[in-house]
Ligand binder design. Structure first.
Ligand SMILES: [Zn+2]
Length: 80
């Protein structure tokens, strides 16, 4: 499911306050994140398909069951 455009408009990178763009994440990354967040979702398996990438620092903030996780500590480091 695409990110709500209105939500995307107000979200910024917590590290550098730059704009974010939606990105899809590779299946192995999604699988890793599902395991990371599983214990926080007691009755369901978290759904992880997309993330939000900072246009400046390139960190990727995962979207877990439609909730963007806007925490620097839980962001994926910039690729490459
Ligand atoms: Zn950033």
């Amino acid at each position: 499911m695409p990110v709500d455009p209105q939500l995307l408009e107000i979200l910024v990178c917590p590290a550098c306050k730059a704009d974010l763009e939606p990105v899809s994440m590779p299946p192995e990354t999604c699988a890793m994140l599902v395991e990371r967040y599983r214990e926080k979702f007691r009755d369901e398996t978290p759904r992880v398909e997309d993330g939000l990438r900072c246009s400046t620092c390139r960190r990727v903030y995962p979207i877990v069951s439609d909730i963007p996780v806007m925490l620097v500590d839980e962001a994926l480091p910039a690729e490459g």
